[in-house]
Write a protein that binds this ligand. Structure first.
Ligand code: ATP
Ligand code: MG
Length: 269
């Protein structure tokens, strides 16, 4: 379904961020893309969603096709209409808009009013909390709820391929588990997923296939179960994970407190 062949990407005049990357997502699959900071995971998603230009990046070599058609020269809005929708890193919601208006904005890309209504029902079933909080401002949701809203908004356009950039980042373990189950459910409903994660434990549980990026190149790829069992992956990505996740969670909680205070002072005046 998605096929990336020999993809190289460069930002401005700096050295390449991706170098000859090959990945495939079969028609009904979840592909996990693992790798450390700066490995090129987000760059890969930006290339697929056609948004590299927004970051002053460009494809220098290779091609990306979806359902047999090249998509690597298309405008981002056209890529969305073809059925490929990205949820960028950092839970980007429209903080001052209500939850419902955020979802409505996502629905602008839907094929028809009927498709929009069906998508809204699906989002309501996957994320009941978004319906409960429909009239609340999105900036007041918890981190986990904002992540759900970001995913829900992407689903509103009825994608066939969903690109998720680190949905578990900074979330408590229980919320990570919930997001993981939701990704499986989205996949069971017929949407393929590319899941970019530093949380290899979670990603390898959710995915069928996985690829490991190291400094812009694919270092390993194969069935998720095989990678989970591989010594290299265990040593590099599964072993030290608990500690680094605890550290990341602590940093995120700290950042959230600051953001919360800023938002509060805006509201309170
Ligand atoms: N807008 C940009 N301009 C210049 N260089 C960039 C830009 N975005 C990313 N890079 C560089 O490209 C490389 C890959 O970055 P990318 O953000 O894709 O990594 P990542 O795997 O998503 O990392 P992280 O886990 O930290 O999100 C890095 O060397 C990074 O510094
Ligand atoms: Mg990234």
């Amino acid at each position: 379904m998605l096929s990336v062949r020999g993809l190289s990407v460069r930002y401005g005049r700096s050295v390449g961020a991706l170098e000859g990357v090959d990945v495939e997502v079969p028609g009904d699959g979840v592909l996990a893309v693992l790798g450390g900071n700066g490995a090129g995971k987000s760059t890969l998603l930006r290339a697929v969603s056609g948004t590299l230009g927004l970051y002053r990046g460009a494809i220098t070599e290779g091609e990306i096709s979806f359902d047999g058609d090249r998509i690597d020269r298309l405008d981002p809005a056209v890529v969305v209409r073809r059925g490929v929708v990205a949820v960028p890193e950092g839970r980007q919601v429209f903080a001052r808009m209500t939850v419902e208006d955020n979802l409505r904005a996502g629905g602008l890309g839907a094929a028809s009013a009927a498709a929009r209504t069906a998508a809204r029902r699906r989002v309501g079933e996957l994320f009941p909390v978004l319906t409960e909080r429909a009239s609340q401002r999105a900036g007041l949701l918890s981190g986990g709820e904002q992540q759900m809203l970001a995913i829900g908004r992407a689903l509103m356009s009825g994608p066939r391929l969903l690109l998720l950039d680190e949905p578990s980042l900074g979330l408590a373990p229980q919320m990570v588990g919930r997001i993981a189950r939701i990704i499986r459910e989205i996949h069971a409903q017929g949407t393929s997923v590319v899941l970019v994660e530093q949380n290899a434990t979670m990603a390898l549980q959710v995915a069928d296939h996985a690829a490991v990026l190291e400094v812009g190149r694919i270092a390993l790829s194969g069935p998720a179960a095989e990678l989970a069992a591989s010594e290299d992956v265990q040593r590099l990505y599964l072993g030290g994970h608990a500690e680094s996740q605890a550290q990341a969670d602590a940093e995120e909680a700290e950042a959230r407190t600051h953001r919360g205070r800023r938002t509060l002072s805006r509201w309170v005046g």
